[in-house]
Design a protein around this ligand. Structure first.
Ligand SMILES: [Zn+2]
Length: 137
C-alpha cells in the first residue's frame, strides 16, 4: 500500500473514533528515521512490529506511520483485512491521545498499552481482532 492509500484509510478511521479529541496530524517516516525515533521512546523496541506511533508536538499530536513496516506486516493479507489493520493501528493511537497517560516508566508504558487494547477491543472488536495477530511478544 502506498502512503496516500494508508493516509486515506487513517483519515476515515479517525472519523469513527467515538470520543472528542483533537485529531492528530498524519505524517510518514522512512524506516531509518522511524527506527531512530523509536530509540528515544520508553518502549521495548520491536521495529518491524511497530507500524506507527503517536508523538506529542507543540502544535498537537502527530501519528507517524512507516510505509515499509506497514507493508511488511500486511503482506499477503486480503484487502479488507489490510484496511481493518490500518484502521486498527490508527484507532489504537487515538485511544492513547484520548487517555493521555504519561508514560515515563516501563510499567507505565505497559499499563498504557493494556488499557488501549481493552478499549479497542470494546469499541472496535473487528479491528482489535486483526491487530491481535500481530501482538508483540
Ligand atoms: Zn500503543
Amino acid at each position: 500500500m502506498e502512503e496516500k492509500e494508508i493516509e486515506s484509510i487513517a483519515v476515515k478511521a479517525m472519523k469513527k473514533f467515538p470520543y472528542k479529541i483533537k485529531n492528530p496530524i498524519i505524517l510518514f517516516m522512512k524506516k531509518k528515521e522511524f527506527s531512530k525515533y523509536l530509540n528515544g521512546m520508553n518502549l521495548v523496541k520491536h521495529l518491524n512490529k511497530t507500524p506507527c506511533f503517536v508523538a506529542e508536538m507543540k502544535g498537537g499530536d502527530v501519528i507517524y506511520y512507516c510505509e515499509d513496516i506497514i507493508n511488511g506486516l500486511v503482506k499477503g493479507l486480503r484487502k479488507e483485512t489490510r484496511i481493518k489493520f490500518i484502521e486498527g493501528i490508527t484507532l489504537h493511537e487515538l485511544f492513547h491521545v484520548y487517555n493521555h497517560m504519561p508514560v515515563n516508566s516501563r510499567s507505565g508504558a505497559l499499563f498504557s498499552e493494556e488499557l488501549v487494547h481493552e478499549e479497542l477491543d470494546e469499541k472496535f472488536p473487528e479491528q482489535a481482532k486483526v491487530l491481535k495477530r500481530f501482538k508483540k511478544k
